[in-house]
Design a protein around this ligand. Structure first.
Ligand code: PLP
Length: 388
């Protein structure tokens, strides 16, 4: 069968691939601890789930405007603006089924074939996929471990050109948990004006920060007209399967993205949007409680990883991932991930699932119980002892 080039290039997401392998082992009777997939292990918070159920009972089961209900767009504009210290008009907000449409559709709307798009490597695999589907040229920029996995700004400057149409940043970042400092964001914002490119800022983990906060590039003067914020409900409110996210962008672009949504998905499920409105306007204490729990697990996991010979791991400042350096084991990331699944029953991801600069690292998601994390650490310690 033959396919278009843009589809032929697509690859599966590493996390799903590893999860399937782990599930096959489980089906064969082996116990597996899942640290591969990036989703909260908590159920959706009670008040949000209830709002969704009530919305169905009240008949919120019909089409809505493609960009979302007025109520939800207003709630997002208010909440997102308050958190970032900026004014956001609800017409700048486009709601979609998950955060991914807020990455994919603005890219389709802005990137012409041959345009260059700079993105972080290691980085979320959808970035490369959407650039390629748009016909753009993916330009990966490495991250610097010693700087908490901030974008390598020297490499970034070298890779900029008059063909650079868009720059993608992700802070707090997947897969590293790194948070970009304001100075780095200011550097990128200054270049954006100079070179006239768009910034797509993936801020899906913006509420998942352990110390201080993650600044948003959108708050820097001059960025309003050239910045797209991608954010959503999946991580903060444990709503991965509901599919709810949004983009915030200049109005003319929001109108184009709404048209893409109209023709590609129609709209986001109306009762899901009602649940999202309840999430933003309701009590936020559960979000804080869950973050305290993630913090305990993060400390447990990172301390445990650093106690294993051959592994070193920086303390992630945000999200729920530890990105462990395994170069001293002398093994490749792919080999070690396969080995740990087979011999320790621990499913995690090789850094290479996030791009070539991910070689030498493993990503472990700590959205799992403290007991499972302790057990995974013991098993990894033993299994790695056998290859030392
Ligand atoms: N951006 C990043 C960095 C992510 O890690 C994810 C999900 O893992 C997404 C976007 C997509 O989120 P959603 O599931 O809401 O589409």
């Amino acid at each position: 069968m033959s396919f278009t080039d843009r589809v032929q290039l697509l690859e599966p997401e590493g996390a799903y691939f590893m999860m399937q392998k782990a599930q096959a082992l489980e089906a064969a009777g082996q116990r597996v601890i899942h640290l591969e997939i990036g989703q909260p292990d908590f159920p959706t918070y009670e008040n949000i789930a209830r709002a969704g159920i009530e919305a169905i009972e009240q008949g919120f089961t019909r089409y809505t405007a493609a960009a979302g209900t007025i109520g939800l767009r207003e709630a997002i504009a208010g909440d997102a603006g308050r958190r970032r210290g900026i004014e956001i008009d609800p017409r700048q907000v486009v709601v979609g089924p998950g955060a991914k449409p807020a990455l994919f559709f603005p890219t389709l709307a802005l990137v012409e074939p041959g345009d260059e798009v700079i993105y972080p490597d290691p980085g979320f695999p959808t970035y490369r996929a959407m650039i390629e589907v748009a016909g753009g040229v993916p330009v990966p920029v490495p991250l610097i471990e010693a700087q908490d996995f901030c974008l390598d700004l020297d490499a970034f400057d070298r890779l900029l050109s008059d063909r650079t149409r868009m720059v993608i940043i992700n802070s707090p970042g997947n897969p590293t948990g790194g948070v970009m400092p304001m100075a780095a964001l200011e550097h990128i914002a200054a270049r954006a004006t100079e070179y006239n490119f768009w910034v797509l800022s993936d801020e899906i983990y913006s509420r998942m920060v352990y110390d201080g906060s993650a600044p948003s590039i959108a708050a820097i003067p001059g960025m309003r007209e050239r910045c797209i914020i991608c954010d959503g409900f999946s991580k903060t409110y444990a709503m991965t399967g509901w599919r709810l996210g949004h983009g915030i962008m200049p109005e003319p672009l929001a109108e184009r993205v709404e048209l893409l949504l109209t023709h590609a998905v129609g709209c986001t499920a109306s009762f899901v949007q009602a649940a999202g409105e309840a999430a933003l306007t309701g009590d936020q204490s559960r979000v804080d409680e869950v973050m305290q729990e993630y913090r305990r697990r993060r400390d447990l996991l990172v301390d445990g990883l650093n106690a294993i010979p051959g592994i070193s791991c920086r303390m992630p400042q945000g999200a729920f991932y530890a990105f462990a350096n395994i170069t001293e084991t002398g093994q490749t990331a792919d080999w070690l991930a396969e080995y740990l699944l087979a011999k320790a029953g621990v499913a995690l991801l090789p850094g290479t699932a996030f791009g070539r600069y991910g070689e030498g690292y493993l990503r472990l998601c700590f959205a799992n119980s403290a007991d499972n994390i302790k057990l995974a650490l013991e098993k990894m310690h033993t299994a790695l002892g056998r290859i030392a």
